[in-house]
Design a binder for this molecule. Structure first.
Ligand code: FES
Ligand SMILES: [Fe+2]
Length: 458
């Protein structure tokens, strides 16, 4: 392996650069099929999407299609979406669909009627004697791949030699376990085919360095200077509480007090986060509890006490409507930071009772298009979980809220800009964009490339 991809965590704090090949090259996009997508654990859906035995969904990535099915109340299985006879997809799943959902006792191939039970075993072949005994169970069953769950997400892995999901997600999974994402449910979920590479898209959500330039309406609440650091393959960003300008932060933007009277600014920031990030980066309970701060607390209450009171009253409000908060210590809260990127393409911005999440996948083999998704998770009172489906939504402020539309307004122009022969390669921020350089370091390893290097290295 080239020494240039053997960057250490400490190297990520140095000025680095990487090439644009990963974003633009059609050959690279095709190579990702084998070297990346066929090797990694990747998030394919949520457990809540398959509540009953026989419920199935398809997941497409980079020309591959997979069926995930609930075979027992406590067991999922995953199969390649192909009939072993002559290769018809068992469940038609066009690239421009965002998964196909249904319920079945058997999968019957529409071409010649070969049939498979939920366990993937072939239960019917027309005229099997024509094969003169060659059709063994192994030859006619569906091809299985690994499936596992964490935090209520379903992950698949196509590599029979891979380690466990838990190994892959560590050390991030242990830091985030206290949030119990498995107790959250979809609040809404949207997707769009978007004109940029999947990495251009996911990187737009990996760093808060762009807040000042892109979401300048948020600057009235204070600075957004953020740390960004690797956790194995994954990475986190957040606000450094040792930084005096960040004194009021407790767990990232969602619980910051902002500038001025903290009773007022806490409410204003919570409301702004809620309303302009499509009702995802906070909850109604938190916003309502913040609205009462000016009535419930005397003028001059220090910011830290305002936050404490806010959290306690929101927790009590939630308890009264049947939503229990997980026990998370202040140390766990602080280590968890604000926003996580799971290698390669999953992003989670967590709060105590909610999460705003993104996933981006390649669109077939086209390096200039991707399937972009965003969804909100939240804890609901039992029985009051909303029924949601994937909604195909144009990338506009009307459909996604102001903040996401501002991010969309960069992504396709980054994709175009990187094609310029005048571009000398990226200059990621060594402090605030380490999640991105960590991503490129690991991507380069999977792809066998030396595309990332120290800036002063020839
Ligand atoms: S391809 Fe499926 S039965 Fe022939
Ligand atoms: Fe953004």
């Amino acid at each position: 392996m080239d020494k240039r991809v053997e960057l250490t965590d400490a190297d990520l704090a140095e000025p680095l650069t990487y090439t644009v090949e990963a974003f633009l090259s059609p050959e690279y996009a095709i190579a990702e099929r084998e070297l990346l997508w066929a090797k990694v654990w990747q998030m394919a859906g949520r457990v809540e999407e398959l509540p009953d035995v026989g419920d199935y969904m398809t997941y497409n990535v980079a020309e591959e299609s997979v069926i995930i099915v609930r075979v027992a109340p406590d067991r999922l299985k995953a199969y390649y979406n192909v009939c072993p006879h002559r290769g018809r997809q068992l469940v038609n799943t066009p690239d421009n669909s965002n998964g196909v959902y249904g319920k079945k006792k058997n999968f019957v191939c529409a071409f010649h009627g070969w049939t498979y039970n939920l366990e993937g075993k072939n239960t019917h072949v027309l005229d099997p004697q024509d094969w003169k005994g060659a059709l063994t169970e192994e030859r006619t069953c569906l091809s299985e791949l690994k499936v596992d769950t964490w935090g209520g997400w379903i992950y698949i892995n196509m590599d029979p030699e891979s380690g466990s999901l838990r190994e892959f997600l560590e050390p991030a999974a242990s830091v985030l376990d206290p949030f119990q994402f498995e107790k959250m449910r979809f609040k809404w979920r949207q997707w769009s085919v978007y004109p940029c590479n999947w990495k251009t898209a996911i990187e737009a959500f990996m760093e808060p360095y762009h807040v000042a330039g892109t979401h300048s309406q948020l600057l009235k609440y204070g600075q957004f200077y953020a740390y960004s650091k690797p956790y194995g393959l994954h990475g986190v960003s957040g606000f450094d509480e040792r930084d005096p300008s960040m004194k009021m932060s407790q767990s990232g933007s969602v619980t910051r007090a902002g500038l001025g009277d903290p009773r007022i600014s806490t409410y204003e920031l919570a409301r702004e986060n809620y309303e302009t990030v499509n009702y995802a980066a906070s909850t109604e309970t938190l916003v309502n509890a913040a609205r009462r701060l000016a009535d419930e607390l005397p003028e001059g209450t220090p910011a830290a006490d305002v936050i404490k009171h806010w959290m306690a009253s929101a927790k009590a409000d939630d308890a009264a409507r049947g939503v229990t908060w997980p026990e998370i210590t202040p140390e766990q809260m602080s280590e968890a930071g604000l926003a996580w990127s799971f290698f390669p393409n999953q992003t989670v911005l967590q709060g105590v009772t909610f999460a705003l999440c993104y996933r981006v996948r390649p669109y077939g083999d086209d390096p200039n298009q991707c399937i972009f998704e965003s969804y909100a998770l939240e804890r609901f009172p039992e029985g009051e979980e909303p029924k949601t489906e994937w909604v195909n939504a144009e990338p506009t402020a009307e459909k996604w809220g102001l903040v996401l539309s501002q991010d969309f307004a960069n992504m396709e122009w980054v994709q175009k800009g990187m094609k310029s022969r005048g571009f000398r390669g990226t200059l990621p921020n060594p402090h605030q964009e380490q999640k991105i350089t960590n991503f490129h370091r690991h991507l380069a390893r999977y792809m066998g490339k030396d595309s990332i290097r120290l800036l002063d290295e020839k």
